[in-house]
Design a protein around this ligand. Structure first.
Ligand code: ACO
Length: 326
């Protein structure tokens, strides 16, 4: 029996319990003399609220909870997995990788474990990597997680960025299969655009050097995101031997409702086919796509056999798409 594909056999997610509405955030920022409003945030981004972690909660905690739910949905134990990839830009430590910490918390010592750093494209990068491992016969079953505590790298004095992000995690279990599965995947980067979205700081000689907060040229990111997502969607769907009309669900990275609407319009796709979570979760970077996938799978919108197009875009500049039959 040849197992030439990998297939998503379980999804899971976790959001920290503290929900902060735009009004609550505006009231907090006002104490520091920073003005914003629910009206501004909703009209420019579609975001209404975000989940934020409590002090002491780490990316690995969110990732572990999401992974446990995905494993339960797949009817697998941690010991069934031979590969664990965590996509994150907010790791617990410089090293070891967050994947190693998650592995210790799950208790599946021995499985390969590493992080992928592709910012908001991280989950699509990690899923494509895991798919390659599974199809090459290097792992029969893999855990792929996107997890972030972006609230830790936000400059809460910069209203242009701090209102946009939230914390959370999503995960999938992939398994070798005779049937697709992941049908097509495409990854890209343009390193000449590092400056439009970055955290330009590092730790050296015991000190933080540079600027340890997220910085963004919002309009440049907007233009870049819409253009690369459309091209990548068309190419990856064609690579899967499908047309855009045959895609049941579009799950783009949840950065901004305006980006999602623009993309849907350019692709000629109804917003009814786009899974939207940015209103509830804000932008959770590498966690946004698996969080949206899990939500729509569990509420019954995504059904077995549906064709799902997942897309990441973000810092690097990076982008990519995966077409998966559920
Ligand atoms: N509340 C009130 N006013 C604000 C806020 C805020 N939170 N933030 C900015 N403003 C003000 C600015 O100070 C500026 O005021 P001024 O005209 O008096 O100088 C005005 O609003 C316009 O500011 P811009 O930055 O030009 O706002 P813009 O219309 O570009 O909207 C936004 C900003 C929403 C970020 C937009 O550029 C955008 O959608 N960009 C896409 C990028 C994105 O979504 N990034 C998320 C992360 S990236 C990713 O995940 C791929």
């Amino acid at each position: 029996m040849s197992l030439q594909f990998s297939r998503i056999i379980g999804t899971g997610s976790y959001l920290p319990p503290t929900v902060v509405s735009n009004d609550e955030l505006a009231a907090r920022l006002a104490k520091d003399g920073i003005e914003t409003s629910d009206e501004w945030i909703v009209s420019r981004t579609g975001i209404r609220q975000r989940h934020l972690v409590a002090d002491g909660v780490q990316t690995s905690d969110l990732a572990t909870a999401a992974a446990q739910r995905a494993l339960a949905a797949a009817n697998k134990t941690p010991h069934d997995t031979a590969l664990l990839i965590v996509a994150t830009s907010t790791p617990d430590f410089i090293f070891p990788s967050t994947a190693c910490t998650v592995q210790a918390k799950l208790g599946n010592q021995g499985a390969a474990a590493f992080d992928v750093q592709a910012v908001c494209s991280g989950f699509v990068y990690a899923l494509t990597t895991a798919d390659s491992f599974v199809r090459a016969g290097r792992a029969r079953c893999a855990l792929v997680i996107g997890a972030e505590v972006f609230s830790r790298i936000l400059d809460w004095r910069d209203r242009g960025t701090c209102v946009l992000f939230g914390d959370g995690a999503g995960a999938v279990v992939l398994e070798a299969s005779e049937q697709p599965g992941i049908q097509a995947a495409q990854l890209h980067a343009d390193g000449s655009l590092t400056n439009i979205l970055c955290v330009p700081g590092n730790v050296a000689h015991g000190q933080v050097t540079g600027d340890p907060f997220l910085r963004m040229d919002g309009q440049a990111v907007f233009k870049q995101a819409v253009s690369v997502l459309e091209k990548s969607a068309r190419e990856t769907v064609a690579q899967a031997g499908l047309t855009i009309d045959q895609i049941d669900w579009l799950i783009p990275h949840q950065a901004n409702l305006r980006i999602l609407s623009f993309l849907a319009k350019k692709l000629g796709c109804s917003m009814d086919k786009v899974v939207v979570t940015v209103d509830q979760h804000a932008n959770t970077s590498a966690a946004s796509v698996p969080l949206a996938l899990d939500l729509a799978y569990r509420d019954g919108r995504i059904k077995p056999g549906h064709e799902v197009l997942m897309q990441g875009v973000g810092g690097g500049f990076t982008w990519g798409s995966v077409v998966a039959r559920m």
